[in-house]
Ligand binder design. Structure first.
Ligand code: FAD
Length: 415
């Protein structure tokens, strides 16, 4: 039976960052990946903070020559209201830009660079069963021809994303508290891209903040366009090969005809019920990273950054463990990752209650407040010196309430 130090399940951003980091520390690392790459994946707009993780894992340099669209900020719109954040203005010292990527190309390059570092990356190998113990972990998988194999590892990092291999096998999933939502999306020609529709991500809020549209421009002139909303709306838009989606995107007033005559690069795809959590992020012989842990909502494009952050930290903790040092997985891993997730949870809630929109579309937004919110949008959600991180659970509703009262008083001519 093949024996390795660390077995990583999944070759997405979480898995490749974890594997590359551990290879640098001298371990024998194998990745088992179910799909043949390149494969489509959703999650195309990155956050600047993930550049730190890609750099530390030694993967950023491999991505640079691909000339992905540089992303320097994000714009939010609602009707004629517009608020643009530029990462160069952010409160936290950190990366001021990142990329918007077609994940098929991005993930393939990450996997290739990881293999070049000496990690054994195996495609079309689907993990089917896992037995964990104090000393060794036994992993069963099947290859493209359906042949069964077994591999033994000292430790497992589950980075299987939506596959959620260990949460499924070990019954670790827990439902999300968010309303079940979905998304329907495609890539479109974007010949009408203008100065106003810049190269950064655009998010249009509509339907009383219950639904929204993303537009994520790519460097090849096409743009990813998705609609997010409650389950019923998305199911209806996705019916009949996405006829409803196509009509909506072509006619949606706030897009000002940008995609009115655009050809689609592929038939619209839908994904539903993606918000999910876990009861724990680690156990005897394993740790979860990326979407295998918790996924909240796509609104703030935080998924890949959480994948790279947790991929990196899970690898560091695995290194410590394999060095024979005691690891307090709850404190040193789960609580750290959870802290970041909880910050975004407050912002996701604030988006759907409309508090976030009240703040960013206010007649006047204080520049310091904007800079602090900008750091959250850049993914720097572990910076406790930022009040919009530290007081994440109370600051949005409180500030939104003050703004609403002030605007009401202004309308009434009281101030
Ligand atoms: P993945 O990228 O899913 O990779 C996991 C890999 O594991 C896959 O390649 C899979 O084939 C493999 N795998 C699965 N099962 C097995 C198995 N049994 N054996 C072996 N391998 C297996 N995030 C952003 O950052 N920006 C965005 O703009 C954004 N938009 C989104 C829009 C929508 C509608 C949704 C739902 C999500 C969005 N996300 C976004 C989130 C993003 O998709 C994920 O957070 C991100 O892909 C997670 O990376 P990962 O490495 O954990 O998993």
């Amino acid at each position: 039976m093949q024996t390795v130090d660390v077995l990583v399940i999944g070759a997405g951003p979480a898995g490749t960052v974890a594997a590359s980091y551990l290879k640098k520390q001298g371990y024998d690392v194998t990745i088992l990946e179910k799909e043949k790459f390149p494969r489509f994946q959703i999650g195309e707009s990155l956050l600047p903070c993930c550049m730190e993780h890609l750099t530390e894992a030694g993967l950023r340099e491999a991505i640079e020559p691909l000339n992905f669209q540089k992303k320097t900020g994000a714009a939010f719109m609602r009707g004629e209201k517009r608020c643009e954040f530029l990462f160069e203005d952010q409160f936290t010292k950190g990366w001021t830009w990142t990329w918007q990527v077609k994940r098929a190309d991005f993930d393939s390059k990450l996997a290739e660079a990881t293999r070049e570092k000496g990690v054994d990356v195996n495609f079309e190998c689907e993990v089917t069963a896992v037995q964990c113990g104090p000393e060794k972990q036994i992993v069963d998988y099947k290859d493209a021809e359906g042949n069964a194999h077994r591999i033994e590892a000292k430790f497992i990092i589950d980075s299987s994303g939506y596959g959620r291999v260990l949460p499924r096998l070990f019954d670790l999933s827990k439902p999300s508290a968010f309303t079940p939502r979905g998304a329907v999306f495609s890539h479109l020609e974007d010949k009408n891209r203008t100065e106003t529709a810049s190269n950064n991500i655009f998010v249009h809020s509509f339907d009383n903040n219950k639904s929204w549209i993303w537009a994520i421009p790519f460097s090849d002139g096409s743009t990813s366009v998705g609609i997010v909303g409650d389950r019923e709306r998305i199911e209806a838009l996705a019916e009949n090969n996405g006829e409803g989606y196509k009509a909506f995107i072509r006619n949606f007033e706030d897009l000002h005809g940008r995609f009115a005559d655009s050809q689609l690069k592929f038939e619209p795809r839908a994904i539903l019920g993606y918000s999910i959590g876990v009861t724990k992020m680690s156990g005897e012989g394993f740790v979860l990273s990326g979407n295998s842990t918790e996924f909240l909502d796509p609104i703030f494009s935080s998924g890949v950054t959480f994948a790279t952050a947790s991929g990196l930290l899970s690898a560091k903790m695995t290194h410590k463990h394999l060095q024979g040092e005691a690891v307090d997985w709850k404190k040193e891993y789960e609580e750290v990752i959870q802290k970041g997730i909880d910050v975004f949870r407050s912002y996701v809630s604030g988006w759907y209650t409309g508090d976030f929109q009240t703040i960013v579309f206010a007649k006047h937004i204080d520049e310091d407040i904007k800079r602090q919110i900008c750091s959250v949008l850049a993914g720097y959600v572990w910076d406790q010196s930022n009040p919009f991180v530290k007081k994440h659970d109370t600051i949005l509703p409180t500030l939104a309430k003050v703004i609403r009262m002030k605007e009401k008083a202004e309308e009434a001519g009281q101030i």
